[in-house]
Design a protein around this ligand. Structure first.
Ligand code: BGC
Length: 454
């Protein structure tokens, strides 16, 4: 395999694995606040999680054992700048330096997410994404800080992970109902401000980077595959992929259309009766910050067929569909990997990384000390083989990041949903690689040797 030919990675997020919430000068994030206020399932909290902050060497060994060539992780902003403004925290910075150096030492490319949801609490208290001037200024500085600290060794960045989720858990459906929900119009203004903040951090990263960097945006993508390969079904699936959903933030176009085409999708503005008079001159040009790639987090997808007018309608599920909490079957998912990526690539023209894909299963450690999760391994296999099929046909897809390295803190669901390749005992913090860990390792190894997964 040529170096960096195709990245096989895993992805994680600071809040979900690090713990050390009050250690070494870290400031509070909104997730510490949600935890404190009882917003998490059964009063659980994110204070310890997998304790990766104190178990870095053990986790680097797990990364090494997979044979990955990339690792996507996020920086906890309040760990390196406790208040989200003002002084930096050297101990927090040291942690990420050790992580980055540790990855490079084992030949793994670091991919930094600047913001996987842990907003420093003081910024939230001043209005967060609803406070335009503040959020843009803070992200502009944060981008500069990250570039100055890490871009000598890191070349891949994304400012945000899943803009839609941020607007959702902070404003539309606030975690634990601790705060009151905002209106659609307020949330839309939050979307606009987030896009400005994305651009602000992107421009800073480019300006202060110590080497040429690549910066993308990572969003959740609801992708669709055609039921049959007829022209009509293919067009219906394409239409569904770029349609405006019934949820303000639920469409691919809510975030991607303004970044790529410099306007909010008119259909969205019309459907939700949005007032756009708050938008200032020059905003839309600023938002178009020319991402170098598109990061797609893919957890859901559907198969559609064309009705008599060529419009997409949901196709019946296979009678062999495997039902589990993410709500799709592995075979369907695989088709979505191929078609969804093809549509996205043709529409937006950017190189694509699958920056997350995975599933939670009711994993347990059995009486022999093993964790068997054949469904997860099979999903990864089917998914990646379809991705590689797209790549072989010339679609510019450059990598796959499994979500996630180890079972962790699943946001407001606490510790009830296991997505990891490694089983975490949340009482003892012991890590046990699952069957899927070894399967993914073998696929990567085989690909390196033969260009195929098996
Ligand atoms: C998020 C992860 C989360 C995963 C599973 C993605 O939307 O980026 O942080 O754990 O979904 O729910």
């Amino acid at each position: 395999m040529k170096e960096n030919d195709f990245l096989f990675g895993v992805a994680t997020a600071s809040v979900q694995i690090e713990g050390g919430a009050f250690q070494d000068g870290k400031g509070k994030s909104v997730w510490d606040y949600y935890s404190e206020k009882g917003g998490i399932f059964r009063g659980q909290n994110c204070y310890t999680c997998c304790d990766s902050y104190n178990r870095l060497d053990e986790d680097l060994a797990l990364i090494k054992g997979l044979g990955l060539n990339a690792y996507r992780f996020s920086i906890s902003w309040p760990r390196i700048q406790p208040l989200g403004s003002g002084e930096l925290n050297q101990k927090g910075i040291d942690y990420y330096n050790r992580l980055i150096d540790g990855l490079l030492a084992i030949g793994v490319k670091p991919f930094i997410t600047l913001f996987h949801w842990d907003l420093p609490l003081p910024i939230h208290e001043q209005g967060g994404f609803l406070n335009r001037d503040l959020i843009v200024e803070r992200f502009s500085e944060y981008g500069k800080i990250i570039a100055e600290l890490f871009s000598d060794r890191v070349e891949m960045f994304s400012v945000f992970n899943e803009a839609a989720a941020i607007i959702d858990f902070m404003y539309l459906q606030p975690v634990g109902k601790i705060e009151s929900a905002k209106t659609q119009q307020e949330a839309f203004e939050g979307v606009h401000n987030l896009l400005l903040a994305n651009a602000a951090a992107t421009y800073s990263l480019r300006k202060y980077a110590k080497q040429p960097v690549r910066i993308g945006m990572v969003n959740c993508s609801n992708l669709y595959a055609p039921y049959t390969e007829s022209k009509e079904d293919i067009e219906a699936a394409r239409k569904a992929t770029f349609a405006i959903s019934d949820n303000l933030i639920g469409s691919t176009n809510t975030f991607w259309h303004p970044i790529m085409f410099g306007e909010h999708d008119k259909r969205l503005v019309e459907k939700f009766n949005l007032d756009t008079s708050f938008i200032r001159d020059g905003d839309m040009d600023y938002i178009m910050c020319k991402p170098d790639f598109m990061g797609c987090n893919v957890y859901n997808g559907e198969t559609v067929r064309a009705d008599e007018n060529g419009n997409p309608v949901l196709a019946p599920h296979s009678l062999n569909a495997v039902n589990y909490s993410m709500g799709y079957d592995p075979a369907g998912m695989a088709g979505i990997a191929y078609w969804g990526i093809k549509f996205m690539s043709e529409h937006f023209g950017l190189p694509i990384y699958i920056t997350e894909s995975g599933t939670d299963l009711p994993d347990l450690k059995d009486r022999y000390g093993k964790v068997s999760d054949p469904v997860r391994g099979e999903i990864i296999y089917r998914y990646c083989s379809n991705l590689l099929k797209a790549k072989d046909e010339g679609i510019d897809v450059r990598g796959y990041f499994a979500w996630t390295l180890m079972d962790n803190f699943e946001w407001s669901s606490g510790f009830t949903r296991r997505f990891g390749l490694v089983y975490t005992d949340f009482e003892t913090l012991e890590r046990t690689p699952k069957q899927s860990y070894y399967e993914y390792r073998d696929m990567i190894d085989c690909y390196k040797k033969t260009g195929k997964l098996m």
